[in-house]
Design a protein around this ligand. Structure first.
Ligand SMILES: Nc1ncnc2c1ncn2[C@@H]1O[C@H](COP(=O)(O)OP(=O)(O)OP(=O)(O)O)[C@@H](O)[C@H]1O
Ligand SMILES: Nc1nc(=O)c2ncn([C@H]3C[C@H](O)[C@@H](CO)O3)c2[nH]1
Length: 274
């Protein structure tokens, strides 16, 4: 029996409960995908929606006629990094739409199949705006009018889909921009080879402003008060061991009598109604 035994509810216990919906946030290459894989190994019953990077790397046309083969239209991730002033707005519309679909599709599972589940998203419609689009505006890659139009439809859609997009918690994986750059080089994704420390520093600051300092102006009170768990992932946990187990248990651990305020995020989220 591991230290987490008993903390994860069995399916039968929560057959009618809405799924708890969490988003993993963090800088580029901080280790979100790696962390999500560890979560799935530890909690195989959790549903995970990874970031649709492959869709951005190969945008497909629907095909001119029904049933005809889709055509590849290009690598939008690469285009955005090569020429942000030209492609940033296009990228944000597409990344937003693909995140919206992922978040809406996950919550359309039948309630009694999804009951008691935890759904984990890698980033969210919120980081699309409050991290990336905001940063692209502030560094001059989105013009005033593009940023205005982006916020106009984003706010409208967030209000229209408010209840279906509501998240119960954020897990913020926090590491220095220097550590992220090292991991980015180690991963060596072709489109990212031009990314410099300064860009990761900007994104780090956006995460800190939105999630930690809470100085970023957000569109809703519910979002402002969404529970947050900050995990320091500067240390290497990819080889397993005690650090990995500690991180997993922080995400889930039951309240302890000595420190009742230090509940795991999922336990805190279960107190929040949908
Ligand atoms: N804690 C860690 N210690 C050492 N290396 C790590 C750690 N977490 C991830 N890595 C390594 O860093 C690289 C980036 O990790 P990963 O792909 O999980 O990042 P990510 O946050 O999902 O990236 P992106 O923002 O692009 O989606 C990978 O090579 C991974 O093996
Ligand atoms: N501009 C921009 N807006 C986004 O919403 C966004 N989300 C992710 N990314 C980049 C980071 C990684 O290189 C790669 C995979 O995370 O995609 C984004 N870039």
């Amino acid at each position: 029996q591991g230290p987490l035994q008993g903390a994860v509810p069995s399916r039968g216990m929560h057959a009618k409960r809405d799924p708890r919906r969490l988003s993993i946030e963090g800088n580029i290459a901080v280790g979100k995908s790696t962390f999500v894989k560890l979560l799935v190994n530890t909690y195989p019953e959790w549903h995970v929606a990874t970031e649709p990077v492959a869709t951005w790397q190969d945008v497909q046309s629907a095909g001119p006629q029904k049933g005809s083969a889709p055509q590849s239209l290009g690598n939008l991730l690469d285009m955005m990094y090569r020429d942000p002033a030209r492609w940033a707005y296009t990228f944000q519309t597409f990344s937003f739409m693909s995140r919206l679909k992922v978040q809406l599709e996950s919550c359309s599972e039948k309630p009694d199949e999804a009951g008691g589940l935890v759904q984990v998203f890698e980033r969210s419609v919120y980081s699309d705006r409050y991290i990336f689009a905001k940063n692209l505006f502030e560094n001059g890659s989105l013009s005033d009018i593009e940023w205005h139009i982006y916020q106009y439809w984003h706010t409208f859609l967030m209000q229209e889909f408010a209840s279906r997009l509501r998240l119960h918690g954020f897990i913020y994986l926090q590491a220095t921009p220097q550590v992220c750059l090292k991991r980015l080089h180690q991963r060596a994704r072709a489109e990212e080879k031009g990314i410099e420390l300064a860009y990761l520093e900007q994104l780090h600051d956006q995460h800190e402003a939105w999630l930690v300092r809470k100085t970023t102006k957000v569109h809703s009170k519910a979002l402002q008060s969404t529970p947050l768990l900050v995990l320091d992932v500067n240390d290497d946990f990819s080889e397993g061991g005690a650090k990995q187990e500690e991180l997993m248990s922080k995400g889930r651990s039951p309240p302890s009598p000595e420190a009742p305020h230090k509940k795991g995020l999922v336990n805190r989220c279960q107190k929040i109604s949908h």
